[in-house]
Design a protein around this ligand. Structure first.
Ligand code: HEM
Length: 137
């Protein structure tokens, strides 16, 4: 019984793409909204994001690009139409600890949305692979 249950969980995790496990475009939109809120409330990095509260058009552009980015990167059906990661973060001189704070916020929100350890690990792996394009640009 237990073995059967475990096998089912494993099969589900393996057959569903990361995109599906994140809840499709709708799920990713909710995650991105909550992650931006978490960044706005994170004292280490909030100053990077608070100016966008006065630029709602810009903020929604950044959010929809981020939704596209995670949809495309997780096997979903949207193309990413934003700037590449180096160009986007150029001139910001983001530190390693700021980068770690964004990862922490994202993991907390994935927890809040009930995502399992494998899903968090998969997202973390993608974010980790990009860190050289984000830090110190
Ligand atoms: C692996 C980690 C990260 C990923 C995948 C990522 C991804 C993105 C994406 C997709 C955009 C939208 C680009 C566009 O609209 O063309 C963006 C914008 C932005 N990111 Fe990141 N980011 C990461 C880390 C960070 C960190 C650590 C910070 C600062 C603490 C940061 C600050 C910003 C800011 C301020 C913008 C808005 C730039 C603008 O005005 O166009 N990002 N990021």
């Amino acid at each position: 019984m237990e073995i059967k249950l475990l096998t089912t969980i494993k099969a589900n995790t393996m057959s569903e793409s990361l995109f599906e496990r994140l809840g499709g475009v709708k799920g990713i939109e909710k995650i991105v909204d909550d992650v931006v809120d978490a960044h706005l409330n994170n004292p280490v990095i909030s100053a990077r994001f608070t100016p966008y509260l006065e630029q709602p058009k810009n903020l929604s552009r950044i959010k929809s690009h981020t939704v596209e980015f995670f949809t495309a990167g997780s096997g979903g059906p949207l193309d990413y139409t934003g700037k590449d990661m180096v160009t986007t973060h150029k001139g910001m001189n983001i530190s390693a600890s700021e980068y770690m704070e964004t990862m922490e916020d994202i993991l907390l929100i994935l927890d809040k949305h009930g995502k399992n350890a494998q899903t968090k690990k998969d997202v973390l792996e993608i974010l980790w692979s990009l860190k050289g394009m984000i830090i110190g640009q």
